[in-house]
Ligand binder design. Structure first.
Ligand code: SF4
Ligand code: SF4
Length: 151
């Protein structure tokens, strides 16, 4: 459960609740691993407090791309499904992708870190990639992609 009351869970495991979720994109470097992945936008239910899609309250998520989850939450269309894929995800997973509402994506999408982006592993990232047949990222992969020195 997040501080703002939103939560996220793996579609394939309705019992397990992940501490947070959050994808991507249109990141500054074209070589950023997320731009050729997109797996986490098609692995989890992306749910958040309904106010994030309420323009009158300052919400920025396009409400038409969301659906009601319960009395307190909405979720991105396409993610509350057996084989989730967010309606806002463009492109081909594992090849080239982009979030078509990047500037207006939900808070949960901003909170998921790519593995090793900040020097730490990310089980959510790893699980999503594995579910789509992609190898988990290594520190070396990320350093190389982001042009950082490899220790
Ligand atoms: S699964 Fe990881 S690498 Fe893939 S888009 Fe999500 S955060 Fe980026
Ligand atoms: S809103 Fe964008 S970042 Fe969030 S799951 Fe959908 S495509 Fe991914």
């Amino acid at each position: 459960m997040l501080a703002n009351g939103t939560r996220m869970r793996r579609i394939s495991d309705p019992v397990r609740r992940l501490p947070h979720y959050a994808p991507i994109f249109l990141l500054p470097r074209m070589s950023h691993p997320c731009l050729s992945c997109g797996a986490c936008c098609a692995a989890y239910r992306v749910s958040f407090h309904w106010s994030e899609a309420e323009a009158e309250l300052g919400g920025q998520v396009p409400v038409a791309l969301t659906e009601v989850l319960d009395a307190h939450q909405r979720c991105m269309r396409g993610t509350w499904a057996k084989q989730p894929r967010c309606v806002a995800l463009g492109g081909t997973i594992g090849e080239s992708v982009a979030c078509t509402i990047y500037e207006h994506r939900p808070s949960v999408c901003r909170e998921l870190s790519m593995a090793w982006e900040h020097g730490e592993p990310s089980p959510q990232c790893d699980k999503a990639r594995i579910a789509h047949g992609l190898a988990p990222l290594t520190p070396e992969d990320v350093a190389r992609a982001l042009g950082r020195a490899i220790d």
